[in-house]
Unconditional design. Structure first.
Length: 95
């Protein structure tokens, strides 16, 4: 694990150094779902999450920041981590 996990609604959310985004049951540690970030993006590039996933209160969204590409993903934590949106690249060239 490369980040501090987020906990909400009985689940633990975190990214691993293997490029996977996990949702575990808080009580048992059972894997609710797991998403491969490279597959989710549809790109064969490194996509290591380096920031704690953020749970949007009152919403099914989970925000995940990536170091490369420098973007933010919004996934639906109540629907298996399916992609909702992705930001444009957040680097100096695009500001």
């Amino acid at each position: 694990m490369t980040v501090t996990p987020s906990i909400a609604d009985g689940a633990i959310y975190f990214t691993g150094s293997n490029g996977l985004l996990y949702a575990l049951e808080e009580e048992t540690g059972y894997v609710r779902w797991c998403q491969n970030l490279t597959t989710l993006l549809g790109e064969q590039i490194p996509t290591l999450g380096r920031a704690t996933p953020v749970v949007v209160q009152g919403s099914p969204l989970l925000l995940v920041g990536l170091s490369y590409p420098p973007i933010i993903l919004a996934v639906n934590r109540c629907a298996g981590g399916s992609l909702v949106w992705r930001s444009p690249p957040l680097d100096f060239a695009n500001l």
